[in-house]
Write a protein that binds this ligand. Structure first.
Ligand code: ZN
Length: 271
């Protein structure tokens, strides 16, 4: 599943091909994604200029002067840039064509993604308004997270994966950040000192930053038909490393299940 770093990498990849271009047409081949693509999307967007290509949580949106086209990649979606010389394939559900015969094409085999229209401020949209802060922005800081965690009995791992608390910390990044911060993933969220929450906030930001940088280096090409935008190998410290040596203390990495998701951690380094 594309996580925040992959989505941000996708945004950066498509931005230079779309920004300040005018939408000349939208072709919808499959309306039935997670929610139906609005039938009037082509008429709403045609002739409008793409002012900005933005991201909020795992939503990419194209800001036009009369509204926003919201795109979510779901479980298996990916975006690529091509021209009309590239014939669409089976799972290429929508083409957004801009001036210069450039096409933004969404491929989504499992159809859990979406393409929606938000006529007003994106933050008022029902999918966006309940979301917590962006992890890489200053509003996500130790004071915020510590206050939010006050008296919470859930595990710190499920707490930081809750999109009402902070967006974009998926299963992989939660394990990785808790390892970097030296915090046991099973510890109760409300039971962690401000100083340790500070370490966790720093670790979340570092983990996501590194993944975005990795994506930037491994994923330069969003225009190649053979390109596989959206997924990249990451250097992982604990995730998927059950039984392997901890990179810090050499003991075996453990795996447990929390909220039916796998958690990986070192019981020596993480307290
Ligand atoms: Zn260790």
């Amino acid at each position: 599943m594309p996580e925040l770093p992959e989505v941000e990498t996708s945004r950066r990849g498509i931005e230079p091909h779309l920004k300040n271009r005018t939408i000349t047409g939208i072709t919808i081949r499959q309306h039935k994604l997670r929610w139906p693509i609005p039938k009037d999307l082509p008429s709403l967007a045609k002739g409008k200029k793409v002012l900005q290509v933005c991201r909020r949580a795992k939503y990419i949106y194209l800001k036009l002067d009369n509204g926003n086209i919201i795109i979510h990649l779901g479980m298996s979606g990916s975006l690529r840039i091509c021209t009309n010389k590239t014939p669409p394939e089976k799972h290429d559900h929508i083409d957004i064509t801009v001036s210069g015969n450039t096409i933004l094409r969404l491929r989504d085999p499992r159809k859990f993604g979406c393409v929606l229209w938000a006529p007003t401020d994106i933050n008022q949209h029902k999918l966006i308004s309940p979301l917590g802060p962006e992890p890489l922005e200053d509003v996500f800081n130790a004071k915020y997270l510590h206050t939010k965690a006050n008296k919470r009995q859930c595990s710190i791992k499920s707490f930081i994966m809750n999109s009402h608390v902070v967006v974009g910390v998926g299963n992989i990044y939660a394990s990785e950040a808790l390892f970097r911060a030296g915090i046991n993933p099973k510890r109760k969220a409300g039971n962690i000192s401000l100083a340790r929450i500070q370490k966790l906030v720093d670790a979340i930001k570092l983990t996501l930053d590194l993944a975005i940088k990795e994506g930037g280096t491994t994923l330069r090409d969003f225009t190649g038909i053979s390109g596989q935008p959206g997924y990249f190998a990451q250097k992982l410290l604990v995730y998927g490393r059950t039984g392997k040596d901890c990179t810090v203390c050499g003991k075996s990495i453990k795996q447990v299940t929390q909220q039916s998701r796998s958690t990986f951690y070192c019981s020596t380094c993480q307290r």
